[in-house]
Design a protein around this ligand. Sequence first.
Ligand code: BGC
Length: 455
Amino acid sequence: MADDVVKKTNSNLMVYFVAIIAAVGGLLFGYDTGVISGALLLIKQQWVISSFTQGCIVSSVLVGAVIGSLGSGKLTDLYGRRTIILSTAVIFFVGSIASAFSPTPIALMLFRVLIGIAIGVASYAVPLYISEISPDNCRGALVSLNQLAITIGILSSYFIDVYFAGFDSGWRHMFFVGIIPSLILLVGMLVLPDTPRWLVSKGQNEKALKILRKFNSSDSDNILHAIKESVQVKDNGAWTEILAPWIRPALVVGIGLMFFQQFTGINTVIYYAPTIFQMAGFESASAAISATVSVGVINVLMTIVSICLIDRLGRKKLLYIGLSGMALSLSFLAIVFYGLNGVFVKWAVVVSLLLYVSSFAISLGPIAWLVISEIYPIKIRGFAMSIATVSNWAFNMLVALSFLPMLEFLGKSFTFFTFAFMCLLGLVFCYKFVPETKGKSLEEIENGWLRKNKV
Ligand code: BGC
């Protein structure tokens, strides 16, 4: 009995350790998307560049992320999750150094595309890896460590930006710092194994069993058996397979969740928070930046709350709570911008944005990435996740590019009402289409689609 408890504790600790190392990929995702806001202020002081060129430097990461997630899905299924994450670590490392030493704006754009490629791949390969290595009862929390790492990455980029803001060519230092997490990811992934599920899909059952025994204190033989069965279900792993009628609903869930994750406006806050705070009356840059840091902090803290709840309450309940909170806080923000005046406005904006980000952080933030790592059949999991991920980055780019024009044409109030309305549509979508995956094994989830569509 006592032996069992010790064994269970050890395997739990080990699996947390593995998940934390892999989640450094998420940290790089957050850091490299966040760092540009501060870096840009210095870049445009050093190089005289048009606002178009600035826009290209900012969005080059998003372009890279689309390319990366589009091009790599089949590779994660062919060469394994670990090898692909290792390759992203190398790209992050090279890309960070190259961006830091960029001789011209064009070179910087190209190197930022390179980093974007690594972000695009890591954004789904890391949750995929963690999901496939985790025991069912804590998979939600473990996969969401990736989202926690993203939020920590974003927050630390704000601090690093502030720290290097006064340095000569400080933006070069800001990019260079990215080599530290890249190295941790590289060394860490060199010692970690691939996932038992991918190993079984390549016929390496013995190796898979060893890993299962390490990370799941009991039941490893049954799990292996279930994985072997699900590997046999379908075998071509290509477009015909991914468009098969029983998989289509899962594709809709993945793309739909990514649509709502982005079209409910999170990155208008993450990327433009200082602008929104200035519109609300925090005139000095430093006041706007401090308010922005509070957004970053609440994002981290509420992701921790989500991690504690996700395997107990389940994914759907958290989605309902989070989306309702997002709809309410955005509506409040819209009302504040519509008719209110005075000192009150500033604080009302701060409160509603904090409530909005908190609601996102307990729900759509972690859960969109978690659910896409759970709902696809093993044979096409990497490929299908990469499709959902491409759509995430494409939607992200659309919202980021249209936000400022939207503010101009619709005005502040209607812009935020539109996002509030999207949250309500998101609620309906989750209610109707998203399955509850809490506590189920990946193989049970796969069988669920098969049964529903009577294959
Ligand atoms: C989203 C990002 C967003 C981040 C904020 C992630 O889940 O995919 O677009 O910037 O959360 O925490």
